[in-house]
Design a protein around this ligand. Sequence first.
Ligand code: NAP
Length: 339
Amino acid sequence: MKYKSVLVPRHGGPEVLQVIENDLRPPSAGEVRIKVLAAAVCRPDVTVRRGEALYTGTPLGQKLPFVPGYAVIGNVDAIGEGVREVTVGERVGVLTVTGGYAEYLNWRNDRLIPVPVELNPAEAVTLILNYIVAYQVMHRSAKVKSGDKVLIIGASGGIGTALLQLGQLAGLKMYAMASKNKHAILAEYGATPLDYRTQDFVELIRQSEPDGLDAIFDGMMRLDYIRRGLSLLRRGGRMVGFGEPAGLGELFRILATVLRVNLLPNGKSLALYGTSSYFLFDKRSFLEDWATLFRLLGEGKIKPVIAARFPILEAAKANALLESGQVIGNVVLLAPELL
Ligand SMILES: NC(=O)c1ccc[n+]([C@@H]2O[C@H](COP(=O)([O-])OP(=O)(O)OC[C@H]3O[C@@H](n4cnc5c(N)ncnc54)[C@H](OP(=O)(O)O)[C@@H]3O)[C@@H](O)[C@H]2O)c1
């Protein structure tokens, strides 16, 4: 039997994405085969495809060709030898990093995320990357509490809208930066919208919050935003950067700032967040937080904003839309039976 996936054969725009046919193989020992129901179209899919990701050209960079797709939800379709944790038909999620734009994939049994079967896969798949980042930045890194005053930089995207929903749920007073034409949704979640193109966010927030902010969630990771954001923090305030810096030079400058800020006796702190800790040493906290997020979704306390849904094999159109800059929230790819 054959199945299809979407390949990046060379770096470039969405037009380089190519549908290819593969042989469906039985899972090896310790693996399961997953019939993909939903795959998220994530910002890192774009930067890696374009060859603009942080480690492109270094030994840590993604090799070509590859199938993109950072996060999926699917049903276990077959299990390999020695797999006891899941059975055929169970719903699982995977933080794939690459490989998600496919009708089927084989995956390591010890990297499966249990997903309640009653959840809508299109909504659930946004929790695998965008919401886990938002939740952990907010609750594990910044450790916010109700009434905290916060700023979200990059509030209209996949992670930004997740931060807005989780922030509203946590009782935060939010300032949020996005393009003017996306301000309605920021206000819908109770945030004060700021237009980064035409407004000086430092001046405006300083006027409204003379005692300073408790936390800043920064999806841009540009040194100028970091410097200006830090000036807004109160003593004891925390800035957490989760965006991808534009190149290794910018990353090193940011790391130097992290060292300097955290060593200075001014009580402010700057932390960087990355999902790589899931793979390296912190699987348990991720599984706990995904379980919390699935519960919140099941209870209707969060409602992912889905701007568009496409068939999995139309990933090129979905990527073009994400890159257009017009998207509010998430773009997802779905198996044809879910469209
Ligand atoms: N740390 C991690 O583990 C991790 C995981 C996933 C993603 N990321 C990174 O997190 C970042 C956000 O991801 P996402 O999925 O939310 O992206 P996204 O959906 O593409 O949203 C990007 C956001 O950035 C805003 N933006 C663009 N240029 C800006 C500027 N000059 N100033 C302020 N805001 C600006 C956009 O605002 P408008 O469209 O309103 O202009 C939009 O709100 C990306 O850098 C991504 O690579 C990190």
